[in-house]
Write a new protein. Structure first.
Length: 141
């Protein structure tokens, strides 16, 4: 089994950290004049941060003998190589289990699933060789 960690765009992490910091400061300042509003804002920021962390950390991609397995926080998805039509480079802002805009499109009959492995070219090479082996009828992945 080959494991690829996600690529994290520094600017995206900076935006999320800034959002958290500004929200916490605003909540603290708001508590000084209106306790209920301040606590509500603070609670909303904490919940949003918690959801981001629970659904997005860690983010890893596993290539085993028969499946591409995706872990994004508490979410797990397994995609059989037989269901994958193509794997190709992409760059988009659509929400997916990816912490970077430099992504890989996993093309399925049911649509496209996007991921962002840190070593994108190595990942593409590995998964495409598995897909080629499968399409050629070879069983040694």
């Amino acid at each position: 089994m080959k494991i690829y960690s996600a690529h994290y765009d520094i600017w995206l992490l900076a935006v999320l950290t800034t959002f958290l910091f500004v929200g916490l400061v605003a909540g603290f300042e708001l508590v000084q004049s209106n306790i209920l509003a301040g606590v509500l804002l603070f609670s909303i920021i904490v919940v949003i941060t918690f959801v981001f962390l629970v659904l997005g950390v860690p983010c890893e991609y596993y290539l085993d003998d028969e499946h591409l397995r995706i872990r994004s926080g508490l979410q797990f998805r397994s995609i059989s190589y037989t269901d994958i039509k193509a794997a190709e480079p992409a760059q988009t802002v659509l929400p997916q289990p990816a912490w970077s805009l430099k992504r890989v499109d996993i093309v399925l009959d049911s649509g496209i699933y996007q991921i962002s492995p840190a070593k994108r070219e190595d990942f593409l090479s590995d998964i495409n060789s598995r897909l080629t082996s499968l399409n050629n009828g070879q069983s040694d992945l």
